[in-house]
Design a protein around this ligand. Structure first.
Ligand SMILES: [Fe+2]
Length: 232
């Protein structure tokens, strides 16, 4: 049975509602934080190595990550900058932020171990905006991937004509990144990092108004800014 429509298409007006924007930009001026991040993450790596030697753990973690960086004075300008960007984005999206205060929940740096790292698909719950800032990466490093946030579509999805082409049917996208790249997104966006054996490093995570995620493959280092929420 031929199921291809045989009738001429009706002229339709399309309205793109409930879209899921992702914002990208580049500002290399914050790469100066890389040195400070190294100092912080080296302590984390040392701690895990000691635990491994003492057999308190059997394997290294899927990623090394720091404590909240907003406690560090050197990260304060960066955090303020990020929070302003997040406020701008939510304002552009039409949210009423009057009488609401942005709350930074987390900001941390993360690095994958040499043996490879990964993150399964997840969202940043109890947050409004998230983001990543990439410190080290190359064409060989993993890419951040984002998944369709609509469960109804996911449950009934069809294969697309060309999976390499972004279309309304796409259910996953990923981006190549370079040092100094920012990615901002609403925290409800599912994202993931596939598992690759590599020498990569990622520095990421600030959680408050911004939360960031990416794939890792090869030498990669990124500062993840994770986001937070707005409170009354
Ligand atoms: Fe994440």
């Amino acid at each position: 049975m031929n199921t291809t429509p045989q009738q001429p298409p009706l002229e339709l007006k399309r309205e793109d509602l409930f879209v899921s924007p992702i914002y990208r930009g580049n500002d290399t001026s914050w790469l100066t934080l890389d040195k400070e991040c190294d100092t912080i993450i080296d302590k984390v790596k040392k701690s895990y190595k000691e635990k491994l030697q003492k057999k308190e753990i059997q394997t290294l973690p899927n990623s090394y990550h720091s404590e909240n960086l907003w406690q560090h004075e050197k990260f304060k300008p960066f955090v303020e900058y990020i929070m302003q960007q997040m406020w701008n984005i939510l304002n552009w999206q039409g949210y009423d932020l009057r009488n609401k205060k942005p709350l930074l929940q987390e900001c941390w740096v993360q690095e994958f171990p040499k043996e490879g790292g990964f993150h399964d698909i997840h969202i940043h719950s109890n947050n409004h905006m998230s983001g990543f800032y990439f410190l080290q990466c190359s064409s060989k490093t993993s890419r951040p991937s984002f998944h369709d946030p609509r469960p109804g579509k996911t449950m009934t999805d069809l294969p697309t004509i060309n999976s390499k082409k972004i279309s309304f049917g796409s259910n996953i996208i990923n981006y190549s990144v370079k040092p100094g790249d920012f990615i901002f997104f609403n925290s409800y966006m599912p994202h993931a990092y596939s598992h690759y054996v590599s020498e990569g490093k990622i520095i990421w995570r600030l959680k408050t108004i911004l939360k960031i995620g990416f794939l890792h493959n090869g030498k990669l280092k990124c500062l993840q800014i994770m986001s937070g929420k707005f409170i009354i």
